[in-house]
Design a protein around this ligand. Sequence first.
Ligand code: NAI
Length: 302
Amino acid sequence: MDKIDFKNRVAVITGSGSGLGRIYALELAKRGVSVVVNDPGGSRDGSGSDSRAADAVVEEIIIAGGKAVANYDSVVSIEGGANIIKTAVDTFGKVDILVNNAGILRDKSLLKITDDDWESVLSVHLKGTFCVSQAAFTVMKENNYGRIVNTASGAGIYGNYGQLNYCAAKMGIVGLMNGLSIEGAKYNIKCNTIAPVAASRMTEDIFTPEMNDRLKPEYVAPMVLFLASEKNQVTKMIFNCAGGWFSRAEIVCSPGKLFDISSESSQELTPEVIEQYWNAISSLEETKPLATLVDTFEYIYA
Ligand code: NAI
């Protein structure tokens, strides 16, 4: 198998001062990628800051013979996103790869979530992905090349108790990918999303030591590196990555049931008709992913 070539590539990895992001940074740097290690270095809930988080990863990369620079901006503002990408351009001349990985947790059930819990989680995950992607897109568009890897979560895709703000933010990131990948297509900018599970400070009070052994961030990184490489030609896809398991997750559309509404004598559409045809409407048989919203017309005007 030929080794995937990352020569002369420049990557920005948000939140790479710890956990999964740190491993992506180390692995990309090992393959010759120049890396911007972005991290303000706050705590798990997003409070505080500490430049040592990003500095330590940069030092690790440089000691191993790689190229890296630290950036301490928060992803949550347009200015922050612009500055993170500016660090890449000023230091390494461009940006080819963006891994939107920064994240925080404020886990609470619906009735306990405060305005601040909602705002801060949505800001870091969803707005942060937007702010850095927008700045990166400008550079990638000029270079007619870009690989963006977003980070969702099974919590958003499938649902999880007590993480409502996080679930909403993570599914928002899937929506952001859907739009971005369509806009990026003509500029050779591919955007995909991973839903990882890995032992990190985010999961330290959830997993047992045995689970931690199985769920090393190193087992997620290969998919991120592949999606971030020139070899990757797919866009708008979601992949579960956990403990050596890689699988595709997808939002699909079923053929459903099309009612004849063409004439006066057509069947009247009522809630009772929905009840009557519930199985046909809700069946997942013959589902398929759609390239864009316009593809739903194929069913409406069948
Ligand atoms: P982590 O807490 O070790 O890493 C998150 C990093 O993001 C931290 O270094 C933190 O300082 C940084 N960060 C926080 N706010 C930031 C901001 N405003 N700007 C820039 N950086 C910021 O946690 P982990 O597990 O490595 O998480 C990485 C990503 O993976 C997150 O998006 C998380 O939601 C996602 N994820 C992780 C799962 C897991 O099982 N560990 C499961 C599903 C998703």
